[in-house]
Every structure is written in structure tokens, then in C-alpha cells.
Design a protein around this ligand. Structure first.
Ligand SMILES: *Cc1c(COP(=O)(O)O)cnc(C)c1O
Length: 364
């Protein structure tokens, strides 16, 4: 079986780091968290990084820290993981969807302005699959209409926009450390990054019951913290992130070269972008057949995502009239192939050959 994704890390170093935390006996908001926050901020080139319990909470608290709530609108995409949008609705605000580009699968910046109203407060672009959204036009629109930009970088640790790490371009950047992300913990975890001291301070309080001083609560917050063990694991893994991202890029290059020759729609990497291939997504009109064919031959694939957010049961009633042409078309055609830094190159070859044999069959 060629697995869709597998986790295999620098185990000895990580075990040592975990043991260190256990020996110290301090598990919440301690030195590992402080050090990881500083190291992650340095890696991205931002002033502040505040760790939280998950990528979903990072997004939720980013929206909350900006004071966005009922009556406000936030512009984002429907072709994303649900929690991008939940971050808006959990704060009582209204998500307003913009269609995506058919090649990068990121927000179509030419369609943002027509969705802005006097209730619009922010834009959340998603760097989907590890490819950056086109940030310059987004920041320009945000400036013109006085909006905030929250980057959903949950799939794009280390990806770059014009040489800058994503997450560092907007007012706030959100990351997830869910185990299979490019930088993954041994459990849940997340981070909000910013250059704005006031916002960083606010998120620090929000994640910790609205308190700065223990048992003195200035506003209502939540309990959303990265724990010391996860921070210790992530500090080790951060050292390998660039190496692992480069491996992902090498594997993507192998896929690209072979699949382009077979006339499969492969991912693009814009001139402005450094793609980190959290997912390697191709498109085919007979996607379901292709997926079944691969599985029957021992190759696991996944679909990210089969149903766009505005078509999900949880959101359907609110968004009945919306039509997102590209989003709705491509979700029936996309399929994510196995990619992770330590995937066997022979396995990559097998995936390519199997797609090849599927295509030569369906031609007749
Ligand atoms: C993973 C992910 C999230 C949520 O992160 P969790 O840590 O799983 O809560 C949000 N947005 C996108 C695009 C993601 O891929």
C-alpha cells in the first residue's frame, strides 16, 4: 500500500525533548513555549508569535482580536478547510465568499472589490495546498478600504510571497501544527503571528482566560494554549522544516515533469511564489474513476475538499443563492496524490506509472 501520508521524524531528538519537559514538570506556558514562539517568529521574520491550541483557534482568535463580530462581514473563499470560515461565524460575523483562480486554487483577487460593503471588516486569503495567494493586490485593496488581512497559512509553513514568508505579509498570520501539516506536532497546536504589539498582547490574553495577571480577567477569553510538550516537539522539527519543504518540492518536480507529459492538469507555481506542496493536487474529469483505479492498485489518495463550504449542510441555508463557478467545478475534478518528505521515490514512480496506465485505458 502506498499511503497518502505518513509521519516519520527525528525520533531520538524529539524523545529527548519530551523527556526534558517531563523532568522539569512544567506543562503549560513555560520556557519551551516561549522559546518556540521566539524561534518561529524569527523563522518568519515577524516581531510576535503567540501559540494557541490549534489552527482553528488561531483563526478564531485573530478575528476576535480585531473586534469583528455580529453585523460585520469578512471576505474569504469557500474552497478551503471549514475552519477558515468557522472562525468568522463563531465570532457572529458573516462570511462573504469570493471565487478562486482555477490554477493556484487561491482567492481570485480581481473579484474581491465587488464584494466589499460598508460592513466589510477583513479579508482572509488562504494559502491553499502550500501555494501563496497573491498578497500585494490584497494588501492594496485592504489599505484602500481600511480592512484587515488575516492570512490562513495553515497549509503553508515556509512558503514565500516575493521572498517573504507567508503569514508575515498581512496584519495577522495563522498557522496550524496538526500532525500532518508541513510543521506538525504530536497533537493539536497553532500560532498567530503579527508585527502589531497590541494585537499580539490581546491574543495572548484571549488564549489565557482574558487575563494578564493570574486571576484578574480584563475580558472574556478562552483556554487555548500550546502545551510545553508540543512546543518542545515543534522546536526540534522547526530545524528541519526547510529541508523537508525542499524534499516536498523535489517530489513535486518529479510528479510535474511526468504528469505534464501525460496532459494531466498539474499545480502551478507563480513567479511571485515559493510553493511548499503541503498537498500535491491534480485535476481530471474522471476523478472518481481515477481515484478508484489507484486505490485498487494500492495507492491512497484524498480529496481536498469534496464539498465547498457554502454547499456544506452547516452553511447551506445561509448561502443558497451564491454561485462560485470555479470553486464548484473543480471540486469534482481535484485529487491529492501522496506527498511527504520521506516518500519513497519508487513509490512516486509507481503512482506516475499507474496514472499513465489509467489514462491510456480511458483513451480508448
Ligand atoms: C488545518 C487547517 C486549518 C485548521 O487547523 P487545525 O489545527 O486543524 O485546527 C485551518 N485552515 C486550513 C486551510 C487548514 O488546512
Amino acid at each position: 500500500m502506498i499511503e497518502f501520508v505518513r509521519i516519520k521524524d527525528e525520533l531520538i531528538e524529539i524523545e529527548k525533548a519530551i523527556q526534558g519537559v517531563i523532568k522539569r514538570g512544567w506543562f503549560i506556558l513555560g520556557e519551551e513555549v516561549e522559546n518556540f514562539e521566539r524561534e518561529f517568529a524569527h523563522y518568519l521574520g515577524v516581531k510576535y508569535a503567540v501559540s494557541v491550541n490549534s489552527g482553528s483557534d488561531a483563526l478564531y482568535l485573530a478575528v476576535k482580536a480585531l473586534g469583528i463580530g455580529p453585523g460585520d462581514e469578512v471576505i474569504t473563499v469557500a474552497h478551503t478547510f471549514i475552519s477558515t470560515v468557522d472562525a468568522i461565524t463563531r465570532n457572529g460575523a458573516t462570511p462573504v465568499f469570493v471565487d478562486i483562480e482555477p490554477d493556484t486554487y487561491c482567492i481570485d483577487v480581481t473579484q474581491i472589490e465587488e464584494k466589499i460593503t460598508d460592513r466589510t471588516k477583513a479579508i482572509i486569503p488562504v494559502h491553499l495546498y502550500g501555494h501563496p495567494a497573491d498578497m500585494d493586490p490584497i494588501m492594496e485593496i485592504a489599505k484602500r478600504y481600511n480592512l484587515y488581512v488575516i492570512e490562513d497559512a495553515c497549509q503553508a509553513h515556509g512558503a514565500e510571497y516575493k521572498g517573504k514568508k507567508v503569514g508575515s505579509v498581512g496584519h495577522l498570520g495563522c498557522f496550524s501544527f496538526y500532525p500532518v501539516k508541513n510543521l506538525g506536532a504530536y497533537g493539536d497546536g497553532g500560532m498567530v503571528v503579527t508585527n502589531n504589539e497590541e494585537l499580539a498582547e490581546r491574543i495572548k490574553m484571549l488564549r489565557n482566560y482574558g487575563q494578564k495577571k493570574k486571576y484578574f480577567h480584563e475580558f472574556i477569553g478562552i483556554n487555548s494554549r500550546l502545551d510545553e510538550i508540543q512546543a518542545a516537539v515543534l522546536r526540534v522539527k522547526l530545524k528541519y522544516l526547510d529541508e523537508w519543504n525542499n524534499k516536498r518540492r523535489e517530489i513535486a518536480t518529479l510528479y510535474n515533469r511526468a504528469l505534464k507529459r501525460l496532459n494531466v492538469v498539474t499545480p502551478v507555481e507563480r513567479d511571485y511564489a515559493k510553493h511548499v506542496y503541503h498537498l500535491y493536487v491534480i485535476r481530471h474529469e474522471n476523478r472518481d474513476k481515477l481515484q478508484r483505479y489507484l486505490l485498487e492498485r494500492g495507492i491512497q489518495t484524498q480529496i481536498h475538499y469534496p464539498v465547498p463550504v457554502h454547499k456544506q449542510k452547516a452553511y447551506l441555508e445561509r448561502h443558497l443563492q451564491i454561485k462560485l463557478t470555479v470553486t464548484e467545478r473543480i471540486c469534482g475534478e481535484i485529487v491529492s496524490l501522496p506527498i511527504y518528505p520521506w516518500i519513497n521515490l519508487e513509490d512516486v514512480r509507481v503512482v506516475i506509472d499507474t496514472i499513465n496506465s489509467f489514462l491510456s485505458q480511458t483513451k480508448v
